[in-house]
Design a protein around this ligand. Structure first.
Ligand code: GDP
Ligand code: ADP
Ligand code: 5GP
Length: 206
């Protein structure tokens, strides 16, 4: 099925800067909308139901899986996370661009279901920098940081399956790269034909 809106999927090892980049993109581009995932993990600090996540019981999650309610779901760090089908299909169906910030297993499932989805992988500039960002963020205990670094090697080996790779060294440069990927999708023939129908018609392009 060809939807008028684009589906962007961003994945990265923890600490590469995925959340910071997506947040900055959303502030710059009001045509891009975030997706709110469902998760079975409990809320942290200031998190609110329906804003960061829909916090869901194991039973509710099972029911959504059984009812084909997710376009993808996966176990991440021992919990389940999933992207609801209904809200994504509605929004890209109406022509909005939706961005998913999910793990690489989920990204692969989205590509299977939506072959036009645009997969973007964020890499850190080096191991040293990845470690120091995780330490600076100050959200994780030392043993959790070691586990995330170990997982990062496995996750980064998947980067070749993505359409685009952005190296988040200078933040502004990486943000510019992400804007460029989003913008390029909007210049595709089918997108321009839809968005600029008047121009095509006045030029007698049928
Ligand atoms: P390159 O720097 O040799 O790769 O040249 P490109 O032709 O790819 O990019 C043109 C220049 O525009 C680059 O230096 C970009 O960094 C810069 N540029 C345009 N918009 C932005 C922006 O929003 N942020 C940053 N950091 N650079 C931008
Ligand atoms: P992720 O969502 O991939 O786990 P975050 O967006 O939380 O990563 O970023 C991890 C930490 O690194 C945060 O403290 C963030 O402010 C910082 N950070 C992100 N991008 C850069 C960058 N280009 N240079 C320096 N620090 C960065
Ligand atoms: P956190 O619990 O720290 O917010 O997220 C942990 C991890 O789960 C991150 O790697 C994040 O990208 C991933 N994640 C968040 N939502 C989803 C989702 O809907 N599906 C999948 N597959 N992964 C998700």
């Amino acid at each position: 099925m060809d939807y008028p809106g684009n589906l962007f999927v961003v994945a990265a090892p923890s600490g590469a800067g995925k959340s910071s980049l997506v947040k900055a993109l959303l502030e710059l581009d009001s045509h891009v909308q975030p997706s709110v995932s469902h998760t079975t993990r409990p809320p942290r600090g200031q998190e609110r139901h329906g804003r960061e996540y829909f916090f869901t019981s194991e039973q509710e999650f099972d029911a959504m899986v059984a009812g084909n309610g997710f376009i993808e779901w996966a176990h991440v760090h021992g919990r389940r996370y999933g992207t609801s089908r209904k809200s994504i299909e509605e929004r890209i169906g109406q022509g909005a661009d939706v961005i998913l910030e999910i793990d690489f297993q989920g990204a692969m499932q989205v590509k299977e279901a939506f072959s036009n989805a645009v997969l973007i992988f964020i890499l850190p500039p080096s191991w040293e920098e990845l470690r120091s960002r995780l330490e600076r963020r100050g959200e994780d205990a030392p043993d959790v940081i070691e586990l995330r670094l170990k997982n990062a090697a496995i996750e980064m080996a998947q980067a070749e399956k993505f359409d685009f790779v952005i190296i988040n060294e200078l933040f502004e440069r990486a943000l510019f790269d992400m804007k460029t990927v989003v913008h390029a999708q909007r210049l595709k023939y089918a997108a321009q034909r839809r968005a600029r129908a008047d121009t095509f018609e006045s030029l007698n392009i049928v």
